[in-house]
Design a protein around this ligand. Structure first.
Ligand code: HEC
Length: 497
């Protein structure tokens, strides 16, 4: 693998003299450093509890600091190989490796601070920790062996001749493995495999193909587990166990974390999990932590309803939650450009009434109409005033407002509407069928209204509608008698589910 430079060029390479061999003092001090590093994982016990803030503060520089030694270590073999043709480059290899070693020590220290400070634990954490310890020691070994390898006084058949290239290969292998463990910690162990084509996945990571739940038809397996898996398991899974809480299986989820159960069946309001995901996003204890995107409103609604109805691992249906499996989740269609209306949007934003919020900086992502803060004074007339913006509104938060059935006419002009919140309003569903023209409507919340099943059936044909909420309504489907029992048969009528 490593091409050795012909011996004769000693005069060109002043370092290739026997005097450069490591002295005994150097060897002994290296041995002590090595032993000290090895004992670290035993001395620092990761107890899964967060510690001092300063440790976390410094520790958070670890992800930044690791890239430098990785880059330098990859450079070493390159310098050795290219150095066969350009001896001056080979000269720099030892220096680069020395710097890499120093950087490894820094990254290792910061890594320990991060893990210990933030209360990380779990198999991936300890694998990553051991990997980086072994890596740092291997780099040290390479540093000690290299002068022997490049020394002109050692016969080319001597064992030292082979040891250095072998150790360098070892360093690279350990480096890749450790970096992969570190990547799994930061991004989740399924980061690489999540979008991998199925056949490749079956071959490379067969474990990830099987379903995480024992009852694949249950509400838990279909909706709760995927939401937690996609948003929480990266920090609350086998690899990384924050706060002693794991959510990668039903049993572990129910077992809870360092503060006990996080789910109290029947009582979403007493469940720590709900408390954490519904805090204001900027709150220190908000979950998912570290500024990750919050759960979607429908995911929170499912988890709440699931807990309220017993948090069963087997129930296939929940009352008041209709998820139409046949409806397709369409990629959002871009709306037109509302830039010309920007001055008016800004004016509305500064005013006292309902707000128009930009989904993103891209005008084609649309606007959100939010009447949450002025709910009681927001009625049919107020809604009608927003008609001008109708084609740009993708979400309407009209929960608990004073609007009535008369507004269905206005709403039917919101042609790009994807989510409509009407919970707690006095609508009865008369005219609900007008919404059938909204081709992108995906989420409809009618909980706590007077809608009847007849009016709900009037929008049965809507292909896009996937999530309908009907808690506390006359239309709320009766809970299946055996809701908490395993149900093998799936009903064919999607709206009845
Ligand atoms: C980036 C890492 C990270 C992610 C992602 C994350 N958490 Fe956490 N979680 C933590 C940390 C760190 C703690 C411990 C500190 C604390 O209590 O805030 C914690 C604690 C918790 C606790 C308290 C457990 C106990 O017993 O005290 C709950 C509940 C929780 N998380 C739920 C969730 C949920 C639900 C999600 C996904 C929606 C999630 N977490 C995603 C890092 C994370």
């Amino acid at each position: 693998m490593v091409v050795k430079l012909p011996i004769a060029s000693t005069d060109m390479l002043p370092s290739q003299t026997p005097s450069k061999n490591p002295t005994w003092t150097l060897r002994i001090s290296s041995l002590s450093i090595g032993l000290a590093l090895l004992s670290l994982p035993f001395l620092i016990k990761l107890d899964g509890r967060p510690h001092a803030d300063w440790q976390q503060f410094l520790g958070r520089f670890h992800p930044l600091a690791v890239h430098l030694p990785i880059g330098l270590l990859l450079l070493v073999p390159l310098l050795e190989i290219v150095g066969a043709f350009r001896p001056v480059l080979r000269e720099t290899a030892e220096f680069v490796m020395g710097v890499a070693f120093a950087c490894c020590l820094v990254a290792l220290t910061l890594g320990y601070l991060l893990a210990y400070g933030s209360g990380d634990s779990g198999t991936a954490v300890s694998r990553h920790m051991w990997g980086s310890t072994v890596l740092t020691i291997s780099v040290l070994v390479c540093l000690l062996l290299r002068p022997l390898w490049s020394s002109a006084s050692i016969p080319r058949t001597h064992v030292a001749e082979r040891l250095y290239p072998l150790s360098l290969i070892c360093v690279l292998l350990v480096l890749f493995w450790t970096a992969h463990q570190g990547g799994s910690l930061a991004r989740g162990s399924n980061y690489l495999t999540q979008y991998m084509p199925q056949p490749m996945k079956r071959w490379i990571a067969p474990g990830t193909v099987r379903s995480a739940a024992q009852n694949p038809d249950s509400f838990y397996a279909k909706h709760i587990h995927p939401a937690l898996d996609g948003n929480c398991v990266v920090c609350h899974g086998e690899g990384k166990v924050m706060a002693g809480l794991r959510m990668d299986s039903y049993e572990l989820l129910m077992k809870g974390g360092k503060d006990g159960a996080v789910i109290v069946p029947g009582h979403p309001e007493k469940s720590l999990l709900i408390e954490r995901v519904t805090l204001p996003t900027g709150h220190k204890l908000f979950m998912p932590a570290e500024g990750r995107p919050p759960l979607k409103p429908e995911e929170i609604a499912w988890i709440k309803a699931w807990i309220e109805q017993g948090a069963s691992p087997t129930a296939t249906q929940l009352k008041g939650v209709l998820i139409r499996e046949d409806a397709k989740e369409l990629p959002p269609e871009p709306v037109g450009d509302y830039s010309s209306l920007m001055p008016e949007i800004k004016q509305i934003e500064a005013g006292q009434g309902a707000k128009l919020l930009q989904v993103s900086r891209k005008p084609s992502d649309g606007l959100i109409l939010s009447a949450v803060d002025v709910a009681s004074s927001f009625g049919d007339t107020q809604l009608a005033q927003f008609q001008k913006f109708a084609p740009f509104i993708v979400e309407a938060e009209l929960g608990r407002t004073a609007i009535t059935d008369a507004s269905f006419e206005t709403l039917s002009r919101f042609t790009h509407l994807r989510a409509l919140h009407l919970e707690g309003t006095s609508v009865t569903g008369n005219g609900l069928s007008k919404l059938a023209s909204l081709r992108e409507l995906n989420y409809l919340n009618l909980s706590g209204t007077k809608v009847t099943s007849t009016s709900v059936h009037s929008i049965d044909t809507m292909k896009s509608l996937r999530h309908i909420y009907l808690f506390n309504t006359p239309a709320q489907p009766a809970p299946p008698a055996d809701a908490l029992q395993p149900i093998a048969k799936k009903t064919d009528d999607p709206i009845a589910q």
